[in-house]
Design a protein around this ligand. Structure first.
Ligand code: DWN
Length: 396
């Protein structure tokens, strides 16, 4: 049974950065109710009513996975590790974005799947790219084109959690995976989200926030088996799941057994955990507004650092707009000059925005705190402060 535990109110699509604030643009802005539920049988946390992916993954998709050094390095490291350990003859990535992972492989042995046409265009120059949604139809189409042994390594970072139809996703994967091939998935960890109160991981694109127990349970239905897991630091705490066909040779690792034990001890299988979490989310909202009001009453200039999709949830849920934030900075060229979804705050380049007039910068990209604090040494040196809401609101 699915039970709602969190209501984050009316939200726009996290990718719907506005090109201008004309009446027509504002009238066309789409909002939906962001409610999060827990399936008491499957232990799966999801959005109650996912948005149609066709309106999300368009040719105007803004996020570039290679925009941060942290992610470039993380993808390079895992690509080399997987190549060395499994020596795959053929690699496929589902949700290849701008090719930041695949570029670490021999371009002749990779297949990219990316439904956002603007992103697919970028990787088409170097790899075989399918600019389509991942589903069983596409799996069959690719299967016909490759050696019938199938694909040895399927990688998918921050994508499987975005696809509402799990049946199509995993049936397609089972179809195309080679006998002892592996599926490696990276997605934000539910354990970390609950522990760190990072409720901004819930937005339209994150249809699911997976736990190890939910993935373990889920993949069995499709003749697949979870055999290992890595706890990784990317995106504020994620898990990397290693999945194979049920009949494949891989043994279940001790790491996986320990992770499942840890999640059960933390009661990720109990509804009460999510009810408690929801209370902490309400407190976080009150605390953010209280701090922003206090700073504004002292005439402090606050901006936000990183026009993240996560910020869309925070800004719209906490009603944070121009009354608190002068602007948001972001290094991504195609976000600059636009306005934040729902709250209409201007987005500008950090080259202009990070200047002596700024007193506080809210870390929209809190998941890159280390990289940002390292980059902004001059800002910190002259007394500029950062604000984070993870795990609780505080000034850094
Ligand atoms: O799952 C998803 C994740 C992986 O990426 C997607 N659905 C969409 C997107 O979500 P996000 O926007 O919350 O992701 P990031 O990676 O936290 O976004 C960081 C943003 O901050 C980027 O737009 C780049 C920007 N940035 C910056 O302006 N200066 C990042 C760094 C490190 C910087 O120094």
């Amino acid at each position: 049974m699915k039970k709602i535990f969190l209501k984050l109110g009316k939200q726009p699509l996290a990718n719907s950065f506005l090109p201008n604030l004309r009446k027509k643009t504002l009238n066309n802005e789409f909002f939906y109710n962001l409610n999060i539920c827990f399936d008491t049988k499957k232990f799966l946390v999801s959005i109650t009513k996912p948005v149609n992916p066709k309106s999300q993954y368009t040719d105007k998709y803004a996020h570039r996975a290679s925009e941060s050094k942290t992610m470039r390095n993380a993808f390079k490291k895992i690509a080399h590790k997987l190549n060395k350990k499994y020596n795959p003859k053929l690699v496929m990535e589902i949700g290849s974005n701008d090719g930041v992972f695949l570029k670490n492989f021999n371009s002749k042995k990779v297949i990219a799947v990316e439904p956002c046409k603007n992103l697919a265009k970028m990787t088409k120059k170097n790899f075989k790219t399918y600019d389509e949604f991942w589903n069983l139809k596409l799996a069959n189409k690719i299967f016909k084109k490759i050696n019938e042994k199938g694909i040895d390594l399927i990688f998918s970072a921050n994508t499987i959690s975005h696809i509402p139809n799990l049946d199509q996703t995993f049936t397609g994967i089972r179809k195309i995976l080679s006998k002892n091939g592996i599926l490696v998935i990276e997605d934000p960890s539910l354990f970390e989200v609950i522990k760190n109160n990072s409720y901004d991981q819930f937005y339209d694109e994150h249809v699911y926030v997976f736990s190890t127990i939910s993935i373990d349970n889920l993949v069995k239905k499709y003749g697949l088996r979870l055999f290992d897991v890595d706890k990784i630091t990317t995106h504020g705490g994620s898990n990397r799941y290693y999945i194979c066909k049920s009949e494949a040779v891989f043994k279940k690792s001790n790491k996986l057994n320990n992770m499942i034990k840890k999640e059960l001890k933390f009661k990720l299988n109990k509804f009460i955990t999510y009810k408690k979490f929801a209370k902490k989310v309400i407190k976080s909202k009150t605390d953010i507004i209280k701090l922003f009001k206090k700073l504004k009453s002292k005439n402090r200039k606050i901006i936000s650092y990183g026009a993240t999709y996560k910020s869309t949830t925070i800004f719209n849920y906490c009603k944070i707009n121009n009354r608190f934030l002068d602007y948001v900075t972001d290094t991504t060229k195609n976000k600059q000059g636009k306005f934040t979804p729902g709250t209409h705050i201007p987005i500008i380049s950090p080259d202009i925005g990070i200047n002596n007039s700024v007193d506080f910068a809210f870390l929209g990209a809190w998941n890159f705190k280390k990289e940002i604090l390292n980059k902004e040494k001059n800002y910190i040196k002259r007394g500029g402060k950062f604000i984070t809401h993870v795990p609780r609101i505080k000034i850094i």
